[in-house]
Write a protein that binds this ligand. Sequence first.
Ligand code: AMP
Ligand code: ZN
Length: 115
Amino acid sequence: MQQDCIFCKIINREIPSEVFYEDEHVLAFPDINPAAPVHILVIPKRHISNLTEIGSDDTALLGHIMTVIPKIAAKAGIAEDGFRIVINTKDNGGQTVHHLHCHLLGGRFMEWPPG
Ligand code: AMP
Ligand code: ZN
């Protein structure tokens, strides 16, 4: 838990959110400012600032996140048509919340390249 981290506060239920999926290691909840018809954030419960802070001990955690994402996508009804996963990392990646999170985006066609 990082005291000033908004996503840690969501994990600890200090800030309300609609939990879409939860297990021992992961929480998923809707993005407050959705960029697509379905926009869910999938985060590790342990505070990790960004992808550059991942260590060799985190291999299983990242694998777990990638394993639950298609299940969350199926629950959200976007697995069949497809979806996009985005992990914005640090300033040039456009990261604004410094707790590692996967954006799960779907419900419309996603353009490429991103802006
Ligand atoms: P990023 O810009 O990749 O760091 O993404 C941070 C995301 O967190 C943005 O899409 C915000 O809309 C979202 N966000 C910020 N605060 C909240 C909140 N309290 N509940 C849900 N999503 C949030
Ligand atoms: Zn945090």
